[in-house]
Design a protein. Structure first.
Length: 276
């Protein structure tokens, strides 16, 4: 995973590192002709029970949504400031991961409506940045249009947030709400029987800066790994259902558990993961 971003939104150059997509290691037992060891194309793989989409996975024990911890004063920041920062962070995460119009339809207006000041200016100015790594479309979580539809109406979440008083690389003090989550979306290929669980490892923070306004200004700074997806350089994630021809780079490295948030910190771009 890329390192956590730590740059003030009003810095001369705001560094926004690219998000990481990872594709799964193909399960040879699913794709081999018995007795030959030769890979072949099979019928679509239906991995998710529509009536119990999380059954048999770690997400079966996960919760719903992004609960907010009890707020306490942190450094120079009051309990009320921390409480408001937690609530705003929750809104940002919900807009990114729980809004179906955003996830499946690339409608990020709810997220945009939560950004203010120089953070909003940076986001809008960099939507068309020709440098793929600096383009602000990495901030939301969008699946490539028309490649997936949700199974059921639940998204399971595991992890949490906490507040710290810290300083960024430019010397700005700020309130950091650290966010570390595993987020699971059960999805199916539109019009087909193939299905899978998309597992997202979200690591980062929302920085809250005192810019002299009534409220602290929020600057989301995070990265993520997603599996199973194709390893193509794009701003969206294209789910891999196990029966489709791999696109882009091929998975590499030791096979990791997509549900292991700690392992995702060191996962190389396009790392190999086992079935979700």
């Amino acid at each position: 995973m890329p390192p956590r971003i730590a740059a003030a939104p009003w810095a001369t150059v705001l560094l926004f590192l690219p998000l990481v997509g990872c594709a799964p290691a193909q399960d040879l037992l699913d794709r081999a002709v018995p007795g030959t060891g030769v890979l072949t194309q099979l019928d679509p793989i239906d991995r998710v029970d529509r009536d119990a989409p999380f059954a048999g996975s770690p997400a079966e024990d996960y919760g719903l949504g992004f609960p907010v911890p009890e707020a306490e004063a942190v450094g120079p920041y009051s309990q009320e400031q921390v409480e408001r920062s937690y609530a705003h962070t929750q809104e940002l995460l919900e807009a990114v991961y729980l809004n179906e119009d955003a996830v499946f339809g690339e409608d990020n207006s709810e997220l945009t409506g939560l950004l203010t000041g120089q953070t909003l200016e940076w986001y809008l100015d960099n939507l068309g940045n020709k440098d793929h790594e600096l383009n602000s479309r990495h901030l939301p979580f969008n699946l490539t249009h028309g490649t997936a539809e949700p199974i059921g109406d639940e998204v399971r979440v595991d992890g949490g947030m906490h507040a710290e008083a810290t300083r960024d690389d430019q010397g700005w003090d700020y309130l950091s709400v650290v966010t570390e989550y595993t987020i699971v979306h059960p999805v199916a290929r539109p019009g087909g029987s193939a299905s899978t669980r998309l597992v997202t490892s979200h690591i980062g923070e929302v920085g809250f800066y005192d810019v002299g306004a009534e409220e602290l200004e929020a600057a989301p700074m995070w990265s993520r790994a997603v599996a199973p997806v194709h390893c193509v350089e794009e701003y969206t994630f294209t789910p891999s259902f196990g029966d489709d021809h791999p696109e882009g780079d091929q998975p590499k490295g030791a096979v990791e558990d997509a549900y292991d948030l700690e392992a995702s910190r060191d996962l190389e771009r396009c790392g190999s993961v086992r079935d979700t």
